[in-house]
Write a protein that binds this ligand. Structure first.
Ligand SMILES: Cc1cc2nc3c(=O)[nH]c(=O)nc-3n(C[C@H](O)[C@H](O)[C@H](O)COP(=O)(O)OP(=O)(O)OC[C@H]3O[C@@H](n4cnc5c(N)ncnc54)[C@H](O)[C@@H]3O)c2cc1C
Length: 436
């Protein structure tokens, strides 16, 4: 099928089948409301459960199943389908067999986040991966037996990625955390208010055995010829350490996926981590009344925040008031979001200086020296092709936000690279409407 198929109208469409989208879908379906859930992945679960609901903790599985079976007949799931564009009435979705227009009355954006990839010397070498990327590959069955892995960057994802790699057979030689000890201690202390996360952190530490987490350590460089063979790390006393490895897994945090909300004209806000997130009220409702944004798209706060906001959005749509318990959970999770930003948002002064040749945009091979003087994102693009490649600036614009404070605001459809036949649907896709 090359052309867009017949229009469908759904009372509620959810984009994203991670914790936020699933919580909303279950709550709506349990109340008798049909809901369509679209996700680019082949299976539901979002980034954290990566296609396997079995990976969800017993607590979370209990939570979701209590709110309606995940395979509820009122939940229509469209896997392997990407929303490329949106307007006030409908979405253009690239499905495996072509494209499809889906009209909606209400829209819940549960589009999650992507990894923040900060450049450093050698970051494009084979063997250097995003920590979440390594996690996904390990969960998909990659055998890391005997491989020496260094995990570096900042935030709770470091421990989670290290444990997943270890389960796949890796030898974790170092976990290098950029945040200084004082901020790690502050985070650990605050986890007393989040016993589930404290317990999870202790379990992760226990699973890692004697691997030490070094706080206040900078990742200086990854080096090797055809493949990374060692990394240079600088401790808080300024001493450099050469650590031999087969893989370097890096995580500097997450960046909310706000492109769809931005295309739709929803109001955005700058989060405490300096990235744009969708502005929402206590019901997860955006500035456009029939559009909601739940989970990471409204600020990086983890899966429990996504679950609570998904439920709150669904209840508001159904016209029900949230229970006191849900309101309390929401407040606590927003507190956790603030805590994450306070402890792990990266500060440019804590990063090592970049050499002029370090690539900023790996799609178009643009080095730091070409963009460091650009006054804004637009100039950087026009003068250097930064952000004009395959990822359309999804990664380098976030890095430049940290390094230079520049903000990318040129949202355009399609929000993902797509097939030529889908591209051909774009102008017509948003012009004519043929409701079912
Ligand atoms: C790479 C990575 C690894 C992570 N690992 C862990 C971990 O080990 N432990 C942990 O506690 N947390 C982890 N997190 C954080 C965790 O994923 C989130 O806290 C949680 O999943 C948030 O749920 P969500 O519903 O907001 O978004 P997500 O779970 O990210 O779900 C968003 C979904 O939306 C889909 N989507 C986005 N845009 C579109 C579109 N246009 N069309 C169709 N589908 C779309 C995506 O495919 C995705 O499935 C990780 C995050 C990332 C990015």
């Amino acid at each position: 099928m090359n052309s867009a198929s017949a229009e469908q109208i759904a009372p509620v469409v959810i984009v994203g089948a991670g914790p936020g989208g699933l919580a909303a879908a279950c709550t709506l379906a349990a109340a008798g409301t049909p809901v369509s859930v679209i996700d680019e992945s082949a299976q539901s679960g979002g980034r954290v459960w990566a296609g396997s609901m079995q990976a969800a903790s017993a607590q979370v599985r209990h939570y979701l199943s209590k709110r309606g079976a995940l395979d509820h007949p009122l939940i229509r799931y469209l896997p392997a389908s990407r929303v490329l564009a949106a307007d006030a009435q409908r979405l253009l979705v690239e499905i495996p067999a072509g494209t499809q227009h889906i009209s909606y009355k209400n829209l819940i954006l549960a589009t999650g986040a992507r990894e923040l990839q900060m450049p450093f010397e050698g970051w494009t070498l084979p063997g250097v991966l995003g920590a979440g990327g390594l996690q996904l590959m390990a969960k998909a069955g990659m055998d890391l037996t005997g491989k020496r892995v260094v995990v570096a960057g900042t935030g709770p994802l470091l421990l989670a990625a290290a444990v997943t790699a270890r389960h796949a057979g890796a030898h974790i030689v170092r976990i290098s955390e950029l945040a200084p000890r004082a901020r790690i201690a502050q985070f650990a202390g605050a986890l007393m208010r989040y016993p589930d996360r404290l317990w999870q952190a202790l379990k992760l530490q226990a699973a890692l055995g004697w691997t030490h987490l070094r706080a206040g350590e900078q990742l200086i460089a990854a080096r090797g010829n055809a493949w990374v063979d060692h990394v240079l790390l600088q401790d808080r006393h300024g001493v450099q350490h050469r650590v031999t490895c087969d893989f370097l897994a890096v995580s500097f945090g997450l960046v909310p996926n706000i492109e769809l909300a931005a295309l739709l004209g929803c109001q955005l806000r700058t989060g405490a981590d300096q990235f744009l997130a969708v502005a929402v009220n206590e019901h997860a409702q955006t500035s456009i009344p029939n559009i909601y944004a739940v989970g990471e798209s409204s600020g990086i706060g983890g899966k429990m925040k996504a679950l609570a906001q998904g439920e709150a959005a669904a209840l508001h749509l159904l016209g029900h008031a949230p229970s006191n318990a849900l309101q309390k959970r929401l407040r606590a999770e927003l507190g956790y979001e603030a805590l994450l930003a306070q402890c792990f948002a990266i500060r440019p002064k804590e990063l090592p200086a970049l050499s002029p040749q370090t690539l900023i945009c790996r799609c178009e091979d643009v080095p730091w020296q070409t963009v460091c003087e650009s006054p804004n994102w637009r100039e950087a693009k026009l003068q250097s092709r930064c952000g004009m490649g395959h990822c359309q600036g999804r990664y380098c614009s976030a890095a430049l936000r940290v390094l230079k404070g520049t903000l990318s605001t040129d949202w355009r459809e399609p929000i993902f690279p797509c097939r030529l036949e889908s591209l051909a649907q774009l102008p017509t896709a948003m012009e004519s409407t043929t409701p079912m």
